[in-house]
Design a binder for this molecule. Sequence first.
Ligand SMILES: [Cu+2]
Length: 120
Amino acid sequence: MSLLINLGGIVLVGLIIWWFWLSRPGGKKPLQVSDEVTIVVESGVYEPGLIHARAGQPLTLHFDRRDPSPCAEQVIFHGLDTSEFLDDGKVTTITLQNPPEGEYRFTCQMQMYQGRLIVD
Ligand SMILES: [Cu+2]
């Protein structure tokens, strides 16, 4: 009898683990590998703020600036020697040719807007 109860407990624990940690396809969404991403610049955040790309492949980023404040006017890719001015109310496309493997921050010039680019 106690064996059955123990087995039942193990099955229950397994179900709980599966439910909370394994059955979440949505939880990994920001880390989908992309070669083309549209990033909305609004209210102090880049959306999405985390981009996952493949090394050795060109990466095209469309920055859709919806924030008129001067804070949002520039995006800087730290460590990639790339920066660009973003026109208010427009989409600015930046193509990174063969970004090397690594993790890079991209920010506005005052670093209030913060994003991360993972290349591997
Ligand atoms: Cu700023």
